[in-house]
Structures are given as structure tokens and as C-alpha cells.
Design a protein. Structure first.
Length: 250
């Protein structure tokens, strides 16, 4: 099985964006203008907006959108006065960032890189990292938390969204248990073949120990947490939380 799975995932995301993926649709001009007037919300998880009090003062803040391309959150933060950098491995998602920046007349630092590798930034470079649901496409999350701690300034904030591992136990209908956990296609030829065949990308389940205790072990202090559901489907209908968002401080 291909150990260069992140290359498969970057190409898969590019294709999803081309096909109209909801997380690859840039915001429109009116949304940007409203943000300039202080009317805004952003998502770390599918449906529940991040509390505004979770953020630092964004005016003049150095902010990193980690795996956050797409032209959805970075334009909002720029409208609020932040100096934004976005890192993603999807060319299509970064193209969306360029498109919105050009349309609205602002500059943004755009970095095409793989977050499974050491992040290409110096120590203590950022006031805030915004990391929406994306580490489900990464086999090991603990190194990412350590890199986030390294590149944040003392007192810096990490806002992260991630999926619960239980969601990977279900089949596509979300009505039948199908897979044993942890879910890792790199260790199961059948899962890997299904992921390639169905154009899912190579995804991984992660326990709360990996996600939350991993942040704590990296040196963070957890200061906030909330749950969220999918936007539709049986798990949503029964209000079963399958996403989490955390606020952690260096």
C-alpha cells in the first residue's frame, strides 16, 4: 500500500473542490463586507460556529490557517484585521485563497505544504492557529500538536476541530456497525482498496486520547471544548456528537 498517502489525499481534495465540495467554496463579497463591519462567524466543525470569545484580538494578530485553505475562514480573519498565513496541500484550495484575496484586494501568505512534515515556520511565529477538521486525513496527529506548540508564541491559541473515532465504525448509511477501530487503511488492504475505489481519500480514526491528551502532552492547556454533529444523516437526526472543537493555550 502507498505510504505516500498524503499525495493521494491532496489530489483527492483537488477533485472534490472541482466537483463543488462544500468546504471548497469561497465566501462571496457580501460575506467579506459584513465581516469588515463585525458581522461574522466561522466553523471548525460542520455546523456549530466558534464562540467569538475563543479568539484573541485579531487586529494585527499573526494567524495561521493550518490545513484551512478554501477561501472561507482566512478572508474573514483578514477582514477583521489579522495578518494571515494559510498552509494546505491542496492546490485547488490555495487557488481559492488567491482568488478571494485578489477579489477583495488584500495580501495573504500562501504555503503549499504537508502538515505531516515539520511546519515551515520559525519558533513562536503566530498568535493563533486555526485548524478545522482535517487531521482525519493524517495517520499520526501527535507530531502536529507538537509543531503547533513550537510555532505559537507564549500565550498563543490553538483552535482545532476534529472527528470522533466512532464515526469510522459505521457504514455509509450510518445505520450499521461495519469497521473495527482504529480505522487505518494503511494497515488493511481491503479498506485501502475501498478508499481508492470510492474516492474517499485515505482517512484515519483518532481517539480522544490522541486528539485531546495529545495536545496536553505537547504542552497546551485546554481552555474550551464543544461537540457538534454531522450536517445531515441518521447520526445528525439522533443528535449524536461526532465532532469536537477545542481551544488550547500555549
Amino acid at each position: 500500500m502507498n505510504r505516500e498517502y498524503t499525495k493521494i489525499n491532496s489530489k483527492t481534495v483537488d477533485e472534490w473542490v472541482k466537483d463543488g465540495w462544500e468546504w471548497g467554496r469561497p465566501i462571496d463579497h457580501s460575506t467579506f463586507s459584513r465581516a469588515q463591519l463585525g458581522q461574522w462567524d466561522v466553523l471548525l466543525t460542520p455546523t456549530r460556529p466558534v464562540p467569538h470569545e475563543w479568539f484573541c484580538d485579531l487586529k494585527g494578530a499573526e494567524l495561521l490557517g493550518l490545513a484551512s485553505g478554501g477561501g472561507q475562514q482566512m478572508p474573514i480573519f483578514t477582514a477583521l484585521g489579522a495578518r494571515c498565513t494559510v498552509l494546505d496541500y491542496s492546490k485547488a484550495q490555495l487557488s481559492n485563497e488567491e482568488e478571494v484575496a485578489k477579489r477583495e484586494g488584500y495580501t495573504i501568505k500562501i504555503v503549499e505544504a504537508d502538515m505531516t512534515k515539520p511546519l515551515p515556520f520559525p519558533d513562536a511565529a503566530f498568535d493563533l492557529i486555526f485548524h478545522p477538521v482535517s487531521n482525519c486525513y493524517v495517520e499520526k496527529v501527535e507530531p502536529i500538536w507538537r509543531e503547533c506548540w513550537r510555532i505559537l508564541k507564549p500565550g498563543g491559541i490553538l483552535l482545532a476541530g476534529f472527528s470522533a473515532d466512532i464515526v469510522y465504525a459505521f457504514d455509509d448509511s450510518e445505520t450499521r456497525l461495519q469497521n473495527r477501530l482504529p480505522y487505518n487503511p494503511l494497515k488493511d488492504k481491503k479498506l485501502y482498496a475501498l478508499a481508492i475505489q470510492n474516492h474517499w481519500g485515505i482517512q484515519f480514526s483518532h481517539s480522544l486520547e490522541e486528539q485531546i491528551d495529545g495536545q496536553i502532552k505537547a504542552g497546551f492547556r485546554l481552555t474550551g471544548l464543544y461537540q457538534d454533529t454531522t450536517a445531515s444523516g441518521p447520526l445528525h437526526d439522533y443528535n449524536i456528537p461526532v465532532f469536537y472543537a477545542t481551544r488550547a493555550v500555549k
